[in-house]
Design a protein. Structure first.
Length: 189
């Protein structure tokens, strides 16, 4: 259920705060929020890059969201070598035992969720969520994310780590024509 809280004035894109709440009504942190904009077909990012580092034998960040077409670098800042992999349908790849930064980044070219691991350190896991829109973010500790959105009827996609490899949930999103506002979203997986 999504309800805009503010009324009308401008038809241009505006900054909106999306508040995501769990089934109990509590703020839902670390939820990927992506808004597929009506009338704007999916297209890959051009020249976009991101980083999924390894530091202290952990992936940093443990949750990364990128637009399709983004090149992701995997620098290893540890004194040990890592063997990074994903066997997820979204992106299958292996970066065999390495130190430093691999010469070539990994291009994430289709939407979905890629679960990452390290063959050497089993406790090292992370997720990369790949979306077909430039309007995306991750909720903070208050369950909020700010996005610049035009008025209209769009599609909202939400994903949290408890969903594993499952595709993000999807629901309609009506954005009013206010200059700014708050949208409240209930996230039930």
């Amino acid at each position: 259920m999504i309800a805009p809280l503010l009324g009308a004035t401008s038809a241009l894109a505006a900054d909106w705060t999306i508040q995501v709440r769990d089934a109990a009504g509590a703020p839902a942190p670390n939820v990927v929020v992506a808004v597929e904009l009506k009338g704007q077909p999916a297209k890959p990012a051009v020249g976009a890059t991101a980083t999924m580092a390894q530091r202290d034998r952990q992936f940093q960040p443990q949750l990364l969201v990128v637009q399709t077409g983004t090149s992701v670098n995997f620098p290893n800042f540890d004194t040990v070598r890592h063997h990074v992999y994903s066997f997820s349908q979204t992106k299958k790849f292996e970066l065999k035992l390495y130190a430093g930064t691999p010469a070539e980044p990994v291009v994430f070219d289709k939407p979905g969720v890629a679960q990452l691991g390290c063959n050497i350190h089993d406790r090292m896991t992370a997720s990369i969520v790949v979306v077909d829109t430039p309007a995306f973010g991750i909720t903070d500790a208050k369950g909020e994310v700010k996005l610049n959105l035009p008025a209209g009827d769009h599609r909202l996609r939400l994903w949290a780590s408890r969903l594993g490899n499952a595709a993000p949930t999807s629901q309609p999103l009506a954005v009013g024509s206010a200059a700014t506002g708050v949208l409240k979203v209930d996230f039930k997986d």
